[in-house]
Design a binder for this molecule. Structure first.
Ligand SMILES: [Zn+2]
Length: 147
């Protein structure tokens, strides 16, 4: 095995994402060169976190309009986008399990709350495939809240 004294272990790497944004990455010195290269090439084909978020939200808005859901209202644009994602996620999780006939009813239920705050409160469904959790959100939608 040829030893090269000049070959320093590089732990800092600049990565350029597919969206064009760049970021300095600090990698563990113990990580093998192969793992570093694999990680870098994966990241170079991905969007950065901010662009990925915008992309997901744009997709949620597109589906919202396709299905005729009312736009959510709230004071913070970024939070509204996240709320739209939560609602679309719920639709995506529930719709395939049912036939097209129930879609209008499902959409009507989802339209019961158009305040972003309601959906942000239920954001946990974004990371869940738990049917019980989906059912809880539907129940909350159907129950009118008395203040
Ligand atoms: Zn980006």
């Amino acid at each position: 095995m040829g030893e090269s004294r000049q070959k320093k272990t590089q732990t800092r790497r600049m990565v350029q994402f597919a969206c064009g944004h760049t970021r300095m990455l600090d990698m563990l010195p113990t990580t093998s060169e192969q793992v570093k290269q694999t990680t870098l090439s994966l990241l170079e084909r991905s969007y950065c976190a901010a662009c990925h978020r915008l992309q997901r939200q744009a997709f949620a808005l597109k589906l919202r309009d396709t299905f005729g859901l009312v736009p959510l209202t709230g004071s913070d644009a970024l939070q509204n986008g996240l709320a739209e994602e939560v609602r679309i996620h719920l639709l995506e999780m529930l719709y395939p399990a049912h036939t097209a006939e129930v879609l209008p009813a499902l959409l009507a239920v989802l339209n019961l709350h158009n305040d972003a705050a309601f959906w942000l409160e239920h954001r946990a469904v974004l990371w869940s495939t738990n049917k019980q959790q989906m059912a809880t959100v539907l129940l909350d939608l159907l129950q009118s809240r008395e203040d």
